[in-house]
Design a protein. Structure first.
Length: 225
């Protein structure tokens, strides 16, 4: 996962059953420029081979912005990480698509902390996979430290501000934000499924590894096999 991320490990640990261990290594990413996003993939073989040493059931490349940046980069990361680790590798991008398909969601509201060019590339990614983003809002935040500084209540308020009667789901996107705590409350108040980057990755890792655990309190998605 990105080196500057201080949120994702805690979220994933909260979502995984206690008898399933999580092992993490990092790739350099502390900003949001296109050059920085592309550079995160440069050492993917080293990172994948390190986590491969624990003989994992599955390996995850966990960064929303990088994995959704381009189809070619996504394919390249997955192929190189698979070769280096000797394991099935999934990316956050794949988890997003699988989760939305499981929820039969076709129209979305996208809420992110991202700068404009990442919001645009993520909308383009979702469009390529057949999803209609009817509203996309980014806060223009560049550094993961500043993303993590926003309290969960801010994501609750911001998502509610972008209520859309005709949307199928809300996607509060980014692995570095503290949004998991308000997923269930948002679903109650908005009446629609709400997904986050860390939530979908935990769900997808479990299902890919053959586990059907259904953690409670983190949204409707976790009840899907």
């Amino acid at each position: 996962m990105p080196s500057g991320n201080i949120v994702a490990e805690g979220d994933l640990a909260a979502l995984l059953p206690r008898d399933i261990s999580l092992h993490v290594t990092r790739l350099r990413l502390t900003g949001s420029s296109r050059e920085q996003l592309n550079a995160m993939a440069e050492d993917v073989e080293t990172a994948a081979s390190l986590v491969g040493d624990v003989d994992p059931a599955v390996v995850g490349f966990h960064c929303t912005a990088v994995s959704t940046l381009s189809e070619q980069l996504e394919r390249d990361i997955l192929a190189r990480a698979c070769s280096a680790s000797g394991r099935r590798v999934v990316a956050t991008s794949e988890a997003i698509v699988s989760a939305l398909n499981a929820l039969t969601a076709r129209t979305l509201v996208l809420i992110t902390p991202y700068v404009d060019h990442i919001v645009k590339s993520e909308v383009a990614f979702l469009n390529r996979h057949g999803f209609d983003v009817i509203d996309a809002h980014g806060l223009g935040i560049d550094h993961p430290r500043d993303m993590a500084a926003l309290p969960p209540e801010d994501w609750l308020a911001l998502t509610k501000e972008h209520y859309a009667q005709k949307t199928d789901a809300y996607f509060v996107s980014c692995t570095a934000i503290r949004s998991l705590e308000v997923v269930s409350l948002l679903e109650e108040q908005l009446g629609k499924p709400v997904i986050t980057s860390n939530q979908v990755m935990a769900w997808h890792l479990l299902r890919t590894a053959g586990f059907n655990d259904q953690p409670h309190g983190f949204g409707h998605l976790l009840s899907h096999h």
